[in-house]
Write a protein that binds this ligand. Structure first.
Ligand SMILES: Nc1ncnc2c1ncn2[C@@H]1O[C@H](COP(=O)(O)OP(=O)(O)OP(=O)(O)O)[C@@H](O)[C@H]1O
Ligand SMILES: [Mg+2]
Length: 444
């Protein structure tokens, strides 16, 4: 082999190597390209999936979603928003957010968009112009930042308040109706209690009135006799004639009777006035301020009417002090006491020797009153229901079952307590406490 040939071959092999390395590099580059291509495709797929996921979540949302840029121009709305406004996303893109509402709502939205730059905005009510008129939304606005922490937009989520407001309004209406019904019940119970009392009152009024009537008759008779006598005096009759007539007409007795007749009549009238006052106190509108009153006086007046009305011999053990000051609406407390005493007397209907025991006092800054009877007591299964409205064990027409429930409301409204328990010795005992200082809300 010549030197030239040798050199030529060497040169040839160097070129081949270069080519091989180039081809090799190209292979690698191609493989990289394919790998990148696969990666890009995979990422595209993931992106598409994320996008689909995001779209489906967005569309499934019943809340409204609006995204806008940092100047408040709409970039995206969800389907709920499109349905609410009847406008497609395409027609909204680039529009200023505030163009979505008008009037006061527009001003409020502008204010929200300005405020959200410094703090998140929660639960702002704004009316968006919907297909069928303004739709109230509760808006939550949050700022959106880019990776460098710069504000790039605002995301607004809105909950349509229509349903909520409707439900709220309905609740409000139901509540108002219930309150009205309750007030009517209280009124009805008041009237029922008053009705029960009226019989007692009529009976009680009858006494002094017939007393006054009788006295007036006697006075009328005496007046006639005196007139007859004075006529004789005027006609200049003799001493003897006058003495005789004085005796016949029993003038001396009439004169001696006059004072006691007038006094008795005045007493009777005073009693009538007392009765009327008691009644007025009971039926007062009871909207007045809480004021100090004598609980014992209230109890005695209630006792008087109930026991009178029951027309039964009821033995009363009176452990009441002479006087006991409480604070509240005396008329309402009178109603409670009437209910308790009425329940006690009702419970003793079958009892041959009914005994009603009343006691009251002061303890732990409270005033207390107990009304006890020797009736059958309350059956264990009834105890938890005594204060339920309409719970009654009395025959139809004899009890509404409202007495205790209303009494409870009244006492509660005074910041006090009302309990009923069976006594170990038999019968039931109702216990009412009232705070010494007025508290709580007015009732009724
Ligand atoms: N002292 C008591 N002894 C036994 N049971 C009682 C007594 N007080 C109340 N109860 C029971 O509690 C029930 C409910 O009493 P509440 O005063 O609320 O209604 P009522 O007396 O039945 O009817 P109303 O008071 O409207 O005329 C009574 O029906 C009775 O069964
Ligand atoms: Mg009752």
């Amino acid at each position: 082999m010549t030197q030239r040939q040798h050199d030529g071959r060497q040169q040839h092999s160097a070129t081949d190597e270069a080519w091989v390395s180039v081809i090799h590099k190209m292979d690698e580059a191609y493989a990289d390209l394919v790998r990148y291509q696969v990666q890009v495709e995979e990422q595209n797929e993931a992106l598409e999936e994320a996008r689909n996921f995001f779209d489906s979540v967005q569309s499934a949302m019943s809340d409204v979603l609006i995204a806008c840029d940092h100047e408040g121009r709409i970039q995206l709305v969800n389907r709920a928003f499109e349905e609410l406004t009847g406008r497609a996303q395409a027609s909204l893109l680039g529009q200023p957010m505030e163009s979505l509402c008008s009037g006061e709502s527009r001003a409020r939205l502008v204010e929200c968009l300005a405020r959200v730059r410094s703090e998140p905005v929660r639960d702002q009510q704004v009316d968006i112009d919907g297909v069928d008129g303004p739709v109230p939304l509760a808006l939550n606005c949050s700022p959106r930042f880019n990776h460098r922490g710069r504000l790039v937009g605002i995301v607004v989520a809105g909950r349509p308040l229509g349903e909520l407001m409707r439900a709220f309004n309905e609740l409000n209406r139901a509540h108002a109706e219930l309150k009205l019904a309750q007030e009517r019940l209280i009124q009805a119970e008041k009237m029922a209690s008053l009705g029960r009392l009226v019989a007692g009152v009529a009976h009680e009024l009858n006494n002094p009135i017939s007393f006054v009537y009788g006295n007036m008759h006697a006075l009328q008779r005496y007046t006639r006799r005196l007139v007859e006598y004075f006529d004789l005096v005027q006609s200049g009759a003799s001493r003897e004639e006058l003495r005789q007539l004085r005796e016949t007409l029993r003038i001396d007795k009439a004169i001696a009777d006059l004072d006691s007749l007038v006094e008795g009549t005045m007493e009777g009238a005073a009693r009538v006035r007392e009765i009327v006052n008691d009644l007025r106190q009971f039926s007062s509108t009871q909207r007045s301020e809480k004021a100090p009153f004598d609980l014992v006086h209230v109890v005695r007046s209630a006792l008087h009417w109930i026991v009178k009305e029951s027309r039964r011999e009821i033995r009363v053990i009176d452990r009441l002090p002479d006087q006991l000051e409480a604070v509240g609406h005396s008329g309402q407390i009178h109603q409670v006491v009437v209910n308790l005493i009425q329940n006690a007397t009702d419970a003793m209907l079958e009892q041959p020797d009914p005994v009603l025991e009343l006691a009251a006092g002061r303890a732990d800054e409270q005033v207390w009153l107990t009304v006890s009877d020797n009736g059958p007591g309350v059956a264990a299964e009834h105890l938890p229901h005594l204060f339920d409205p309409f719970f009654t064990t009395k025959p139809t027409g004899q009890g509404t079952g409202l007495g205790l429930s209303i009494s409870y409301g009244i006492v509660n409204g005074h910041g006090g307590t009302l309990t009923i328990a069976n006594r170990p010795e038999g019968g039931a005992r109702a216990c009412m406490t009232l705070p010494q200082d007025a508290q709580g809300e007015t009732h009724g």
